[in-house]
Design a protein around this ligand. Structure first.
Ligand code: DGT
Ligand code: ADP
Ligand code: MG
Length: 161
């Protein structure tokens, strides 16, 4: 029996506009399950301006930085750790391009096309690389035990093979 592909973790955000709409947020959880992601951890939180500026520090100075931080502190939002083989690229593919107007042209079935409103208020975030995912998971879930999770992955593989 070939070992199953190693699972990967990514950090997903359902941003405040969408979190505020319970019906749509539940529909998104359905998309997550239908696309074979496992929700390993989840929490709902409200950010301060300092939190938003720290998380999006890479964009400080860009013309949209203020409006991005304003958006991300405008209400509670869901943070989730999603698990699946290739979770990082699969989640980025599922949410689609950054800008919903562009997503509606190039990726009409993506989540930002379906639920995103404008360039800033695009309703979703997904880590863009392995190291970023680790950093972003630690940002929201400092207590998450990566070593234990990786051990379970390896154990799961040896048991099956
Ligand atoms: N490159 C560039 N694009 C800009 C600038 N200002 C606005 N944009 C782009 C990105 C914005 O999302 C889009 C619409 O700008 P608006 O100020 O109308 O923001 P709006 O409330 O429509 O959408 P938003 O949620 O802020 O993205 O135009 C700028 O100074 N430079
Ligand atoms: N040109 C833009 N105009 C308005 N908001 C933007 C723009 N580019 C990015 N943003 C906002 O900043 C967030 C982070 O940008 P970026 O990291 O480039 O995209 P992504 O979230 O797809 O990784 C985006 O999700 C969006 O909310
Ligand atoms: Mg990004």
């Amino acid at each position: 029996m070939p070992p199953r592909p190693l699972a990967q973790l990514t950090l997903a955000l359902i941003k405040p506009d969408l979190t505020a709409n319970r019906l749509k947020a539940n529909r998104v959880l359905g998309h997550i399950q239908q696309n074979d992601f496992t929700i390993v951890e989840r929490k709902t939180l409200l950010w301060s301006k300092t939190d938003a500026e720290a998380f999006y520090g890479e964009h400080r100075g860009k013309f949209f930085f203020e409006r991005l931080c304003g958006y991300m502190t405008s209400g509670h939002f869901h943070a989730l750790i999603l698990e699946k083989p290739n979770a990082i690229s699969d989640w980025r593919a599922l949410i689609g391009p950054t800008h919903p107007p562009r997503a509606r042209i190039h990726a009409s079935d993506s989540l930002r096309s379906l639920y995103g409103m404008t360039d800033t208020r695009n309703s979703f975030h997904g880590s863009d690389a392995v190291e970023t995912a680790k950093k972003e998971i630690r940002f929201f879930f400092p207590e998450f035990d990566f070593e234990r999770w990786e051990q379970e992955q390896r154990k799961g593989n040896t048991l099956e093979s």
